[in-house]
Write a protein that binds this ligand. Structure first.
Ligand code: B12
Ligand code: SF4
Length: 478
């Protein structure tokens, strides 16, 4: 069978490793696979519509990766694919499906099937099952319509990650992504990089986070050798020199991180890398780990700090104290050359004005090199997503789940107040000469226009387009 997989995140999010793992699994089962990254092609001056891709590749199956905020785009892609090839079968997967489960066929009515969770085993089983007319009840995580309603199979968590093989990097255009980043470096990520996974899963109970829903609570590892071989493969075959570890929480297993860093040193892997795609936990940093990360070449770490109010950090189930954060930052500054980034959330349902004030004060004094301040969204499947239960999927504004805006007020603050708080948070952190100077030192003069653009866009003071605007999604049928 011919299978076209399509990404719905923008090109700046990097090559999609989840789709890469799926492509490998499909190839191993004898299928022909293509992976489409529409925005990357657009930015490289080679735009092609979904219709053109389908006419050219003639897929039997069209698979879409869906996040909450990309539901609209995923739907329009499926509509377009079917208009180009009437008998193509559509299947959806990714975080939106893993969290919304049976309801994914309600939010994505154009999908024939959906798969909850990791689909390396399930997707080939589904495709083969349909071709052979066999029983689909054994396909893990399969969401399908039946006469008795929508059924959902048990989610799969493969233990042996190395057995899944490398993502099909040849289909993910790693070199093109790196070239794109060189042209438009991110404000706080001057290393052109591709994401890489060492582990999957996270045992922590943070109320707003869907990582344990998608990847499970149990930490599963690739072997250290597998990961370093993959890094060397990407360096030697694709010329990639930068990597960002994109695990849910890279430093959760101390013995594993120690072994990884020691092996990076022993093998003298001459690449640049960071652990800043997704935050690590501040309470995992001590002097020995900080020094080891530095020795292994780690250039930057990110921390999920979330709030300056202990009350809110506690309500979020984060299970660390803000003192842990300040101590980790002190250690890293004193012992290493590693730069630091913090992730914050504004608009958490229980936040009061007094909590907002504490966050602003923390942002004014905290010794971080850069910060991302996200608007809160009740992502599907998380413990704070109850608000979605009573609402029909069609009434939910999925585009608002991108975390780049304020979706609503909190239980104690109206929406306008949260928006003011959000603007104040960005401005407090970045509009300080010492911060601007640090950015200039690390990123160079390109930091200035990027910083101004980011602040204006966040503050919604003027409508500032992204570096290059995305094409609008195709109109959906009524
Ligand atoms: C790494 C990561 C990123 C990286 C992406 C790197 C990359 N290019 O791959 C970066 C930093 C760019 C990123 C950005 C964002 N992310 Co993110 N990210 C993650 C993280 C930590 C790991 C993802 C991963 O690699 N998992 C491992 C791979 C193997 O799994 P996978 O990608 O999900 O793919 C498997 C399955 O989903 C399934 N599958 C996937 N696609 C398809 C397609 C089909 C057809 C089928 C059948 C199955 C299927 O099979 C795959 C193989 O097993 C997850 C947490 C998590 N554990 O899910 C959050 C997560 C996915 N991110 C999230 C969010 C919200 C975002 C952002 C919107 C904002 C933010 N807070 O960071 C931005 C979006 C960027 C944008 N500009 O729009 C949410 C999504 C919630 C939701 N329900 O939509 C998560 C769950 C974290 C959270 N806050 O709860 N992210
Ligand atoms: S926020 Fe981090 S520690 Fe908490 S559940 Fe998500 S990945 Fe795990």
């Amino acid at each position: 069978m011919r299978v076209l997989l399509i990404k719905t995140l923008p090109a700046t999010a990097g090559p999609d490793i989840g789709l890469g793992y799926l492509a490998t699994a499909l190839r191993r089962s004898g299928h022909q696979v293509a992976v489409a990254d529409p925005e990357l092609d657009e930015m490289r001056g080679k735009p092609r519509s979904v219709r053109e891709r389908v006419v050219e590749f003639q897929p039997d199956w069209f698979g879409v990766k869906v996040f909450d905020h990309t539901v609209g785009r995923a739907r329009s892609y499926m509509v377009e694919a079917r208009s180009a090839r009437r008998d193509v079968r559509t299947v959806a997967g990714g975080p939106h499906v893993s969290g919304f489960r049976a309801r994914a066929l309600e939010s994505l009515p154009e999908a024939d099937f959906a798969i909850v969770g990791e689909a390396e085993r399930a997707l080939p089983m589904l495709i083969d099952g349909i071709s052979e007319g066999s029983d689909l009840s054994r396909v893990p995580g399969l969401v399908r319509r039946t006469e008795t309603g929508v059924l959902v199979g048990a989610q799969d968590f493969p233990d042996d990650l190395d057995a899944l093989g490398l993502p099909a990097w040849d289909l993910l255009q790693p070199r093109e992504h790196v070239e794109l980043q060189k042209r438009e470096p991110w404000l706080d990520r001057p290393i052109p990089y591709v994401p890489i996974l060492t582990t999957r899963g996270c045992p922590f109970p943070c109320t707003f986070c869907a990582a344990p829903v998608n990847s499970g609570k149990k930490l599963r590892h690739h072997s250290v050798e597998f990961v370093i071989d993959e890094i060397e493969h990407l360096r030697d075959v694709f010329g990639v020199q930068g990597f960002s570890i994109s695990d849910d929480a890279f430093t959760n297993d101390r013995r594993y991180v120690d072994a990884f860093c020691e092996e990076m040193v022993r093998r003298r892997v001459n690449v640049r890398w960071d652990a800043a795609s997704n935050g690590i936990r501040a309470d995992t940093i001590d002097v020995a780990l900080a020094r080891l990360l530095d020795a292994a070449g780690c250039e930057k770490v990110g921390f999920g700090i979330e709030s300056g109010s202990e009350r809110i950090v506690h309500a979020m189930g984060k299970r660390f104290a803000l003192d842990d954060v300040e101590s980790a930052l002190r250690i890293l500054r004193r012992e290493t050359r590693i730069r630091t980034e913090g992730f914050f959330i504004v608009g958490y349902p229980e936040e009061r004005l007094s909590d907002a004030w504490k966050t602003i004060r923390l942002l004014a004094r905290i010794d971080l090199d850069s910060a991302w301040i996200f608007g809160f969204s009740p992502h599907v499947g998380t413990r704070v997503s109850d608000v979605l239960h009573a609402r029909p999927a069609a009434d939910i504004s999925w585009g608002d789940f991108a975390n780049d805006r304020v979706m609503s007020g909190t239980q104690h603050m109206p929406k306008w107040a949260v928006r003011l708080y959000w603007m104040a948070a960005w401005l407090t952190f970045y509009v300080r000469p010492s911060r601007a100077l640090r950015l200039l030192r690390h990123v160079g003069p390109i930091a200035i226009p990027q910083l101004v653009r980011r602040l204006l866009r966040r503050a919604r003071l003027v409508v500032v387009p992204a570096a290059r605007p995305l094409p609008p999604p195709q109109a959906l049928p009524a």
